[in-house]
Ligand binder design. Structure first.
Ligand SMILES: Cc1cc2nc3c(=O)[nH]c(=O)nc-3n(C[C@H](O)[C@H](O)[C@H](O)COP(=O)(O)O)c2cc1C
Length: 175
């Protein structure tokens, strides 16, 4: 199986990115993971541009999603919603069928008292809109304080790593 990992944050020291990179470290050897790196290259979504020839960044995004057996999303909340850049990525999928029936789960690493709930409620709505298949049993709220991210950009905390491994196991049980 191969999973596409999507980070909603563009920040160099992203906690969400650290969670996804750590997830790659703990992934069992029979499971492929690819960290999507094209978020910053996507143009602003414009329905007028949603036709062939599509911008290269958009064809790359759609191909990466198509090639994946499942998506694993890790995104912060900005101003009570999904980050604009990540919502933009999701909008570029609406005019295609790439997310139709695609298994998807998220790991919410927020340490905020509000648990970034609004962003994740919104993520659920958008994924529903494009008919993605939300794998509820693999979705997890796993608060990760920034201090747990080490200089190598990874999380070495054993409990966090066990929880991340468990998410992968649950997601790989999809039929
Ligand atoms: C512009 C901005 C807006 C934010 N808005 C929220 C918010 O509405 N709710 C929340 O829980 N955290 C909010 N945060 C905090 C981020 O979610 C938090 O810093 C998160 O760790 C960023 O993820 P990253 O480290 O992967 O970039 C905001 C941060 C920024 C920079």
């Amino acid at each position: 199986m191969n999973f596409l990992l999507l980070n909603g944050s563009l920040r160099a020291g992203s906690v969400n990115g650290a969670a996804l990179q750590t997830l790659q470290d703990v992934a069992p050897s029979d499971l492929q993971t690819a960290l999507y790196g094209g978020l910053a290259d996507l143009p602003h979504f414009n329905p007028d541009d949603d036709h062939d020839p599509l911008p290269q960044a958009v064809t790359g995004l759609r191909a990466a999603i198509e090639a994946a057996d499942a998506l694993l999303i890790c995104t912060p909340e900005y101003a009570g919603a999904l980050p604009g850049a990540f919502k933009n990525l999701l909008e570029w999928t609406v005019g295609s069928t790439v997310l139709n029936g695609k298994p998807a789960a998220w790991i919410n690493v927020s340490t905020s008292p509000t648990q970034a709930r609004d962003a994740h409620d919104s993520l659920r709505i958008v994924l529903g809109y494009v008919n993605a298949r939300i794998v509820e049993e693999a979705c997890l709220h796993l608060p990760v304080p920034r201090g747990l991210v080490d200089a190598d950009g990874r999380i070495h905390d054993a409990e966090v790593r066990d929880s991340l491994r468990e998410v992968l196991k649950k997601l790989s049980r999809i039929q």
